[in-house]
Design a protein around this ligand. Structure first.
Ligand code: G1P
Length: 302
């Protein structure tokens, strides 16, 4: 049995160009999903899997992230004076969540480089990486399952999702072999964003990883690809192919995942999560049904 994993790394240095102009002066991680910034869901997911030490790899224009997880004395005092405990609790939710740390990425040299920036903080222990664009529904836990597999196999673990073959070019794609567990596969190959025809399978790597610290040395030896980016996928491929290492395994996720890095998927996530909530759901569902009925004849004539 390994030591318990406590550290999570959240790369959050991206420019968020897909959401301009909303992200011109605000980090994309702060876009609200219903009434909480996307990044808070990710930190909450890490915390509920038992990871309490969070390192965010940030960049310029990302101060709002640090502020969101810090106290805001003025607002707290005002709410307290008003006796508005419900709102006060909401404000404090993100403050006391975890032990937050921040490091800047510096050069924008890709996901592999961002993860490597965590080397000093993480040290010689396995750790999790959570990408902010992927939201995993809290009702379908994935990370805790990955932590168990990491400890059981003493290997690095990625999360895999079976996607439509037309979508595989958006992801790292994995070549896999089955294991004795139907939910776990051994990774034999990885290709970053392959064309549909070149993809080894429709198993896509989604943004959850539990990595052994060896990944840092491997990243140091990973050649940047076109555009000067160091791919995490390439480092994992090296680890999967190394017969001297304990390999890389994939936990196959079949639950609900929302891609908040894509405009249409983001809108769907907001609507879906709000429609399922007790406070907003009944009214939103009734309105949605009426709206769809209203829309159909309008768009049928186009
Ligand atoms: C990154 C990884 C890719 C992975 C994806 C998951 O790509 O490089 O392997 O499949 O995250 O969301 P990005 O979407 O940051 O371009």
């Amino acid at each position: 049995m390994n030591e318990r994993i406590t550290k999570a790394v959240i790369p959050a240095a991206g420019l968020g160009t897909r959401f301009l102009p909303a992200t011109k002066a605000m980090p994309k991680e702060m876009l609200p999903v219903v009434d909480k910034p996307a990044i808070q869901y990710v930190v909450e997911e890490a915390v509920s899997a038992g990871l309490t030490d969070i390192l965010m790899v940030t960049g310029r224009n990302k101060n709002a992230l640090e502020n969101h997880f810090d106290r805001v004395a003025e607002l707290e005092a005002t709410l307290e004076a008003k006796g508005d405990t419900a709102k006060l609790e909401t404000v404090n939710e993100s403050t006391g969540l975890a032990d937050m740390h921040y490091v800047r990425q510096g050069d924008p040299m890709g996901l592999g480089h961002a993860v490597h920036r965590a080397k000093m903080h993480v040290g010689d222990e396995p750790f999790a990486v959570l990408l902010g664009d992927d939201l995993i529904d809290a009702r379908d836990p994935l990370l805790s399952r990955m932590l168990v597999e990491q400890s059981r196999r003493d290997a690095s673990i990625v999360a895999l999702l079976e996607v439509d073959p037309d979508q595989i070019h958006l992801y790292g794609a994995a070549a896999v072999e089955s294991t004795d567990d139907p939910e776990v596969v051994r990774i034999t190959g990885l290709v970053e964003k392959p064309a549909k025809e070149a993809a080894p399978s429709n198993y896509a790597v989604i943004g959850r990883y539990v990595l052994k610290p060896e990944v840092f040395d491997v990243l140091e030896g990973t050649t940047p690809c076109r555009g000067g980016e160091i791919q995490l996928t390439d480092a994992l491929m090296t680890m999967a192919a190394d017969p001297g290492s304990s390999g890389v395994y994939g936990v196959v996720f079949r639950g609900r995942r929302y891609d908040t890095g894509d405009k249409l998927e983001y809108i769907k996530a907001v609507v879906q999560l709000a429609a399922e909530r007790d406070d907003l759901g009944p009214d939103l569902r009734a309105w949605l049904a009426a709206y769809v009925t209203e829309l159909e004849p309008v768009f049928a004539s186009h």
